[in-house]
Write a protein that binds this ligand. Structure first.
Ligand SMILES: Nc1ncnc2c1ncn2[C@@H]1O[C@H](COP(=O)(O)OP(=O)(O)OP(=O)(O)O)[C@@H](O)[C@H]1O
Length: 739
């Protein structure tokens, strides 16, 4: 409240504050339930007496729902306090206070009736709405009326008072005008605030004292109100002694009792057990302009200290809004600023010391350790990355760099390998060829030796036959016959015969052969002489015996009994030759005999002339004989077939027909053609089954013209078709194998 508006000290309403409840106030115990919102008797008393009441309990029902248990307890206690003497020793309960208040109201009503007969002096009694709105339907604690009733906490009281007021008004025929209307504020959620009208409005309607008439002692507004100060106050305030007719209660006994109690407290030096603080903030001038009701103060008990609860109410036209409701802040004990500053400085100094001594080294250590660990990890990670990158780079460089080297090395190794392989194969081939040539040479030598031996045997047999006939001739004509045993003569004759034609025998081989034949003939002659002598001796014995026995049939053929001229030695008795598999045909019987004869002649180293009727198959027999040589004797040529030019094609056709495995080289044609054909006559590719050719077919004319080329080849056998052509040239005699 603005101090300027305070009433003077001699205001008739200065004693509106009845301190009786305060004197009777009991410090609540911890187990007591305390209603902080206006259920205490002190608060009620103040609100009812002060008149400057704002509806501080708007929006809260808790203040109205005082525990019935507590009320009961306090009521019971108050029932026993009838005496004033005991009043100070007993607690003032809410019920007691309400009853006291009821008495005051009754007194006030009676005085009002007496004085004016009008209800305008009713204070705190609400005026009903003109429309007869039901206040019963409203919550008692939420409106002005309810507040009033609830302070009385007695429905009976309300039932008693209100009907009386209503009745009185009706009786007095005074229709109370609506001087004010409570405002309602719906904040939602089913909560509706009812804001009472401002005091200014109530002043007019309820005939209340105005603000200017209300004087509140400065003491009540400032300082601490305790029993001591209260006693002093009451002692100094003479008005407490003589109560005006508007005052309530009897001040003297109270004062005396209070003084007595203060004395008792002083004597016991006990500290006051409660204090009342009325903060100046309650009258804070900072309350917004237009605020109605200013501040409602509620004295609450908490821990033995009265606290003031502030409620600021703003007025907005006819509505009011609670903008703040809070408890006061506890005042801090004000110390000496220097001490506080020093304490603060010490505190900060300690903090800084702690920071410097403990925290900074600690966090420096932590930071250093962390940094070191981080550096190690980073270095390790970098090393790993570097190593990995190096490996990858080296790998990526290594592959393309070594690839050509490896390729060149591999190719070089391959070349060396194949070169070495070719060399080995060539050496192997050369070795095989050399071995084959040596084997062939040995075989040929053996064959030649065998043939020569057979040829010698043949000559010996011929010589034996000759000598046998000569001996028979000698026996029949001794003068013409050579003397038996005259070896010297024969030896002499033989050289003569042998030397009769030295001019014709020019070949050294022929001379050697003749020499061999001569020696063999001499041996054979000597042997034959012996045989002949034995034969003759036996023959003479048989002849003498037969002459003694009588004449008989003479064997006409003398000395030829053991010689079969029909079966010469060149022809074996039994055939040993089969048709060769290389010959794809069937030889007839006589053709088989011809083949057999040719084979025998070959084995005996003799040449033969196969002569027969025309068209009987001599050509076929010759081909079968060549196939026999290849198959049985492993002689794969080269064979030379010389024939008249007219039958050359026939020979080629017959060979390809009957002996397809024997390759032929038809050597005829012009000079250039023969030059090309001669390239095939390669001695290195002969004498084998896989040779370039086995049989060369040519004519007598080409044989003579290309004689030098044919002489380079060692022919294994020569077949001369139409042998009469040989007569045209004696040069064929010089061919080995030809006689
Ligand atoms: N055993 C046989 N199998 C099949 N055909 C044969 C046989 N013998 C002969 N010939 C055929 O008879 C025909 C005459 O044979 P080849 O020419 O060999 O007789 P040649 O005696 O040589 O005759 P030339 O005296 O005229 O030379 C040939 O066409 C031949 O095919």
């Amino acid at each position: 409240m603005d101090p300027s508006r305070r009433p003077p000290r001699d205001s008739p309403y200065a004693n509106l504050f009845d301190l009786e409840p305060l004197r009777k106030f009991r410090i609540p115990k911890p187990e007591d339930e305390v209603d902080y919102y206006g259920s205490s008797s002190q608060d009620d008393s103040r609100s009812t007496q002060g008149g400057v009441v704002a509806n501080y309990s708007n929006g809260s029902k808790s203040g109205m729902n005082v525990s019935s248990k507590k009320r009961k307890r306090w009521t019971e206690a108050d029932d026993a306090e009838d005496d004033d003497d005991d009043l100070y020793n007993r607690h003032v309960t809410e019920e007691h206070y309400r009853s006291m208040l009821g008495e005051h109201v009754q007194k006030f009503k009676s005085r009002a009736k007496e004085s004016q007969g009008t209800p305008t002096h009713l204070m705190g009694v609400p005026v009903l709405k003109s429309n007869g709105g039901s206040y019963r339907g409203r919550k008692p604690g939420n409106d002005h009326y309810g507040r009033f009733y609830d302070m009385d906490t007695s429905p009976n009281f309300a039932a008693d008072v209100i009907p009386q007021r209503r009745g009185s008004c009706q009786d007095c025929d005074i229709t109370p005008k609506i001087a004010y209307e409570p405002s309602y504020l719906d904040i939602g959620g089913g909560v509706i605030y009812k804001i009472p009208p401002s005091y200014d409005k109530l002043v007019a309607s309820l005939n209340l004292p105005s603000f200017s008439d209300i004087h509140v002692e400065e003491f009540y507004l400032k300082g601490t109100l305790d029993l001591r100060s209260l006693a002093e106050l009451m002692a100094s305030d003479k008005r407490s002694g003589v109560r005006s007719r508007n005052g309530m209660g009897e001040p003297r006994p109270q004062y005396e009792s209070l003084q007595a109690r203060v004395k008792a407290l002083s004597s016991s030096n006990s500290t006051p057990n409660f204090s009342l603080k009325v903060s100046e903030a309650a009258m804070d001038s900072a309350i917004p302009e237009g605020a109605a009701g200013s501040t409602a103060r509620i004295i609450l008990s908490e821990g033995g200290v009265f606290q003031v609860h502030y409620v600021k109410v703003l007025e907005k036209g006819d509505t009011y809004e609670i903008v703040k409701r809070s408890l006061p802040k506890k005042l801090k004990a004000k110390n000496d600023p220097a001490v506080i500053e020093k304490a603060e400085r010490d505190k900060f100094r300690k903090l800084w010391i702690n920071i410097v001594r403990r925290d900074i080294p600690k966090y420096h250590r932590i930071f250093t350790t962390f940094h070191r660990k981080q550096s190690i990890d980073a270095k390790r990670f970098a090393d790993g990355c570097q190593r990995e990158v190096r490996m990858k780079v080296a790998r990526s460089y290594k592959i393309p760099r070594t690839a050509p080297i490896r390729t060149r090395k591999i190719s070089r190794d391959m070349l060396l390998f194949w070169k070495r392989y070719d060399k080995q194969m060539a050496e192997e081939r050369k070795k095989q060829e050399k071995e084959a040539q040596e084997a062939f040479k040995r075989e040929q030598e053996l064959r030649e030796a065998k043939r020569q031996q057979q040829s010698l045997n043949f000559l010996i047999k011929q010589t034996e036959l000759y000598s046998h006939f000569m001996q028979n001739k000698t026996d029949s004509n001794p003068s013409e016959a050579l003397p038996i045993g005259d070896e010297n003569l024969i030896d002499e004759e033989l050289p003569e015969t042998s030397t009769s034609g030295p001019s014709e025998v020019e070949d050294h081989e022929e001379a050697e052969l003749k020499e061999k034949v001569l020696r063999a003939a001499q041996d054979a002659v000597s042997k034959q002489k012996q045989i002949t002598n034995a034969f003759d001796t036996e023959y003479m014995k048989l002849r003498q015996t037969s002459e003694m026995e009588g004449p008989s049939n003479d064997i006409s053929v003398c000395g030829s009994s053991n010689i079969d001229l029909h079966n010469p030695s060149t022809m074996p008795v039994t055939s040993t030759v089969q048709t060769p598999e290389l010959f794809k045909g069937t030889l007839k019987e006589y053709q088989m005999k011809g083949l057999q004869w040719l084979v025998n002649c070959y084995e005996q180293g003799l040449n033969g002339i196969l002569a027969d009727e025309m068209g009987l198959g001599k050509t076929i027999q010759a081909m079968a004989f060549l196939a026999h040589l290849a198959e049985e004797k492993n002689i794969w040529g080269p064979f030379l077939v010389v024939a008249p030019a007219s039958v050359l094609n026939n020979w080629a056709d017959e060979i390809s027909r009957f002996c397809p495995d024997l390759k032929t080289l038809p050597y005829w044609g012009g000079l250039q053609e023969r030059t090309i054909l001669r390239k095939k006559i390669n001695p290195k590719r002969m004498y084998r089954r896989d040779a370039g050719f086995h049989i060369l077919i040519t004519s007598y004319q080409l044989l003579i013209s290309d004689e030098k080329y044919f002489r380079r080849v060692k022919w294994q056998y020569m077949v001369l078709d139409e042998a009469q052509a040989i007569k045209s040239s004696t040069r064929f005699v010089r061919f080995p194998g030809l006689s």
